[in-house]
Write a protein that binds this ligand. Structure first.
Ligand code: AMP
Ligand code: GLY
Length: 427
């Protein structure tokens, strides 16, 4: 029987672990460091995601057959490089290829070389010319400009600015060190209009295979109000990605991406998450991530019906063309329940009740920020706390089923969006 190690501690990792435990060949799943929900189905290890040498030493000692990396930080720090030197099978791109997420200017230049459609952009390493550029863009009639810190900034490094002053203030913050080194370089982009979707595609350097489409809800409040978050809920499939859009994405984004990976000899055996903006049936790339989207992967995992271990192992070992991806025709929805105050500051340690009732109502509840309390109860331990997921014959039914689960669960200060999936119903 196979042994798997999953690195990370959020809802994404819970969903990956959950699907891996369903694989017929998997005997044991470890998760480092995991959370209280993951601990119910896997063995959690006291190793943090940035302790690369410790993770590799564990994988070697325990003869782990496959390590799957959830978050971007260890990938950008070179986890795959460390594992490769020890000949350990690992799912993810190496440090160089992880720059597709770790550096927005690197990703932009890659897209340009590959001819992948994306927003017009300029890159700056000092404030003054960047400010001049922003003023010129607004002067020329732009009503919104997007300012991005180049490096990893925990999802906070992007501003869609509604005014020149707002853009300049954010820019100043970047160069003043608000995002540390991540803001020493800044990408300024044209603002794209349309509807966003998330395209996740497995890639082993020779083959690229998309998973089913999904859509996230990034703003914290209903009707896309309030600040951006890591994602407040997701559903799959996303009807905005219709057949024509899929074809365009395959031909103009995924195939050129694969060609670029080959031409530039990048080591990429993992998942590329392409955030796209779709307008008039055409997708343009907003960003690349080199990991599964969270919460997007939650509904996607609910719809997967094949052998997930086999698919990830084949991707990690360059045999993706032999993998079989099987999907349910059902729709899936995952609603995030968050701590009061998120995405700003929030308190932790609130007791969560109703988890068993939600499961009895047919939901699978993925834990994001949870921990075990002193008396065996489950308590909150993060901003995003849970992802309550359900299947349905169509999106409307899946929404109903997911919210039936949400209704059963409560914790002090907890909140959720009431309109997850609603955009799909309009179509
Ligand atoms: P990123 O981390 O680059 O995906 O940016 C985070 C979010 O900012 C995206 O999910 C979009 O909602 C928004 N965004 C980023 N770039 C653009 C753009 N060029 N036009 C419009 N919105 C954008
Ligand atoms: N849900 C967006 C992300 O994972 O980046």
């Amino acid at each position: 029987m196979k042994k798997v190690l999953v690195v990370g501690s959020g809802g994404r990792e819970h969903a990956l672990v959950w699907q891996l435990t369903c694989s017929p060949d998997v005997g044991k799943v470890y998760c480092a460091p995991g959370n209280a929900g993951i601990a119910a189905i896997a063995e959690c290890l006291p190793i943090k995601e940035d302790e690369l040498e410790k993770l590799a030493a564990f994988a070697e000692r325990e003869h782990i057959d496959l390590t799957v990396v959830g978050p971007e930080a260890p990938l950008c720090a070179g986890l795959v490089d460390v594992f490769k030197t020890r000949n350990l099978a690992v799912f993810g791109p190496d440090r160089k290829a992880a720059q597709l997420e770790g550096s927005k200017s690197y990703a932009k230049a890659f897209m340009e070389r590959c001819g992948i459609p994306t927003a017009k952009a300029a890159v700056f390493v000092s404030e003054e010319p960047a400010a001049e550029y922003i003023k010129a863009e607004y002067g020329a009639g732009a009503s919104q400009i997007v300012v991005k810190a180049d490096g990893l900034a925990a999802g906070k490094g992007v501003l869609v600015a509604n005014s020149c002053d707002e853009a300049l203030e954010f820019l100043h913050g970047c160069f003043e060190g608000t995002f540390g080194n991540a803001g020493a370089k800044v990408v300024i982009e044209e603002c794209l209009l349309g509807e966003e979707a998330s395209i996740l595609a497995l890639c082993d350097g020779n083959t690229i295979v998309p998973l089913v489409s999904s859509q996230d809800h990034k703003r914290v409040f209903d009707n896309d109000q309030g600040p951006n978050t890591g994602g407040m809920g997701a559903y799959s499939p996303a009807p905005v990605v219709n057949d024509a859009v899929w074809r365009q994405i395959e031909n103009e984004i995924l195939q050129p991406f694969l060609k670029g990976i080959k031409q530039e000899k990048l080591y990429f055996r993992g998942v590329i998450f392409v955030g796209v903006m779709i307008h008039e049936n055409r997708a343009k790339v907003l960003e690349f991530n080199v990991r599964f989207g969270d919460p997007e992967i939650q509904p996607v995992m609910r719809r997967f019906c094949g052998d997930w271990y086999d698919v990830l192992y084949k991707t990690a070992t360059g045999k993706l063309s032999e993998a079989k991806l099987v999907w349910s025709d059902k729709a899936a929805v995952s609603v995030v329940m968050a701590s009061g105050g998120y995405p700003g500051s929030y308190s932790k340690g609130k007791v969560i009740s109703g988890l068993a009732d939600a499961a009895a109502a047919g939901s699978v509840v993925f834990h994001a920020g949870t921990a075990s309390g002193d008396n065996g109860e489950i308590v909150t331990a993060g901003g995003r706390v849970l992802g309550v997921s359900a299947l349905g014959d169509d999106i409307a039914q899946a929404i109903k089923n997911a919210y039936a689960g949400v209704e059963k669960i409560s914790f002090e200060g907890g909140f959720f969006r009431h309109d997850i999936g609603a955009k799909a119903l309009d179509k």
